[in-house]
Design a protein around this ligand. Structure first.
Ligand code: ADP
Length: 163
C-alpha cells in the first residue's frame, strides 16, 4: 500500500495546502497530513488547534487522516512506515531549501522518497505568512483559506489584541 505523509506547519491551513492535499490524496492509497510541532517557530495556533482545523477541512476526503509529531520528520516517517513525503513547490525560492531537506531525509530515511507537487498557479503566491498578515490588519482572507477557517483566524487575532 502506498502511504504518504504531508508534513508542515499549517499555521494556518491555506487553499494552497488544500490543493496539495486533494491532489496527493488521489495519488496515494493513504495520506497523512502531519502538523510539525517545531520548537524554533512561535506559531499563531497551537498544534491541537491546527489539527482540529485540518480535520474539519479534510473530513470529506476518506483516505486522508490528520496527525501531529515533533522531532525529525525522518524518524516519524520510519516509525509509521510511510513510502513518500509530500512537499509543495511554489517558486524557485522554495526549491533550494526543499531540495536540501529532501536529500537529508533521503539519507536519514532511505526507504522514503520526497514527492514534490508544483502549486496550481492560482495559489502560487499564497503562504500562511501572507494569510496571517492580511488577517492581522483585518483584510479579506476568505479567498485564501478553506470555508470557515477565516472566522477562526479573525477570532484568534481578536483574542490576541484583547490581551
Ligand atoms: P513548513 O513550515 O514545513 O514550510 P508550511 O505549512 O508553510 O510548512 O508548508 C508545508 C508545505 O506546503 C511546504 O512544502 C510548502 O512549500 C507547501 N506549500 C505552502 N503553500 C503552498 C502553496 N500555496 N502551494 C503549494 N504548496 C504550498
Amino acid at each position: 500500500m502506498a502511504k504518504a505523509v504531508y508534513p508542515g506547519s499549517f499555521d494556518p491551513i491555506t487553499l494552497g495546502h488544500m490543493d496539495v492535499i486533494k491532489r496527493a490524496s488521489e495519488l496515494f492509497d493513504e495520506l497523512t497530513v502531519a502538523v510539525l510541532n517545531n520548537s524554533t517557530k512561535t506559531p499563531l495556533f497551537s498544534v491541537d488547534e491546527r489539527v482540529n482545523m485540518l480535520q474539519e477541512v479534510c473530513a470529506d476526503l476518506p483516505n486522508v487522516r490528520v496527525d501531529h509529531f515533533s522531532g525529525l520528520t525522518a524518524d516519524y516517517v520510519i516509525k509509521n512506515g510511510f513510502n513518500s513525503i509530500i512537499r509543495g513547490l511554489r517558486a524557485v525560492t522554495d526549491f533550494e531549501y526543499e531540495l536540501q531537506m529532501a536529500q537529508t531525509n533521503r539519507k536519514l530515511a532511505p526507504r522514503a522518497d520526497t514527492v514534490f507537487l508544483t502549486t496550481s498557479l492560482e495559489y502560487a503566491y499564497l503562504s500562511s505568512t501572507t494569510v496571517r498578515e492580511v488577517a492581522y490588519y483585518g483584510g479579506d482572507i476568505s479567498r485564501f483559506v478553506p470555508e470557515g477557517i477565516d472566522k477562526i483566524i479573525y477570532e484568534k487575532y481578536k483574542d490576541i489584541k484583547k490581551k
